[in-house]
Design a protein around this ligand. Structure first.
Ligand SMILES: C[S@@+](CC[C@H](N)C(=O)[O-])C[C@H]1O[C@@H](n2cnc3c(N)ncnc32)[C@H](O)[C@@H]1O
Length: 294
């Protein structure tokens, strides 16, 4: 694809699905599923920063083959545009999967022989979320690296059972790499300044391993979930070429006007990197961690 003229965040989240699907740590995921399904036939799940609903799809699909009959799934997001995209994507997904679906907006009921799902999409800041009853699992994928983690954990604690699960996958942990190498010094400067722009979020993956225990939750499992995006003989899978253009767009947006980097050098670098996506040669790696706590 050619370099996009405009960028859409919901489109980025949709393009990210196949990248996450490869990256998610299966050991941590299986421990999560086993513990969650063992909590009973009727489960309450709260997902914060749920974006366009990718994790909801993944979890519901996995629970269909477990001894679970009902799931009350609440997905909270700060951005109305993401929630509207989630409502529409989840509605189509459930229909295609054979559920009888009622409602198509922010409140939907799905029924199949395997599972009944009551889905509620809530436009809210996760710090202000209140639930009717505490949930069995709190999920936050790729969101705690944007937050003051101790404050977010404290705000969410009342919404989670005392022995409830905290499944926090895809949290950035300090490594960004683009290949092929161009100007090594410039690549390194751009990665360093980009990381600095993230503040504490740059090491969010490893910090969760101490911040969760400090908030009273024991770590059950943790492991790497690196994004590794590369071309294959058929080009990039799915919409991963758009995903790469959007990642470069994040870097440009963050570093344009930075006093330690000339805009001209950044523009040249990013133009070359976009062209590498178009030619199907750019490789991108980001180190991340998945964490499960109880
Ligand atoms: C990087 S995206 C991840 C989305 C989704 N979890 C995924 O992995 O595809 C972060 C999401 O968190 C949401 N978000 C950020 N801060 C939030 C807050 N304080 N409360 C609720 N949602 C928030 C954003 O709107 C965005 O949808």
């Amino acid at each position: 694809m050619s370099t996009p003229d405009t960028y859409s965040y919901p489109r980025y989240l949709a393009a990210k699905k196949t990248v996450d699907a490869r990256a998610l740590n299966t050991y941590v995921w299986r421990r999560f599923l086993d513990r969650l399904a063992a909590r009973g036939e009727a489960l309450r799940v709260l997902e914060v920063g749920g974006g366009v609903g990718a994790t909801a799809e993944r979890l519901i699909a996995a629970l269909e083959s477990r001894a679970v009959a009902e799931v009350a799934y609440t997905l909270v997001d700060l951005t109305e545009e993401n929630l509207q995209a989630a409502a529409s994507a989840l509605h189509s997904w459930a229909n295609e999967r054979g559920y009888a679906v009622t409602g198509r907006g922010l409140q939907q009921e799905w029924h199949s022989e395997a599972l009944s799902v009551s889905l509620r999409l809530v436009h809210a800041d996760l710090h202000n979320v209140t639930t009717d009853a505490p949930c069995d699992a709190l999920i936050g994928q790729a969101v705690f690296d944007l937050l003051d983690v101790p404050a977010a954990l404290e705000a969410l604690r009342p919404s989670v059972h005392a022995d409830g699960l905290w499944y926090l996958p895809i949290h950035f942990d300090g490594v960004t790499a683009f290949e092929p190498r161009m100007d090594g010094a410039l690549d390194a400067t751009i990665a360093r300044l980009y990381h600095e722009s993230m503040g504490d979020g740059v090491h969010s993956g490893r910090r969760l391993l101490t911040q969760l225990p400090a908030a009273g939750a024991d770590i059950v499992a943790a492991g790497g979930s690196d994004w590794v995006v590369h071309p294959t003989a058929d080009g990039y899978p799915g919409a991963e070429d758009y995903f790469l253009h959007h990642i470069l767009h994040f870097v440009e947006t963050e570093l344009t006007g930075h006093p330690a980097l000339s805009d001209e050098a950044l523009a040249e670098w990013s133009e070359m990197r976009h062209q590498q996506v178009e030619r199907g040669v750019l490789v991108y790696v980001a180190h991340q961690l998945d964490v499960l706590a109880v």
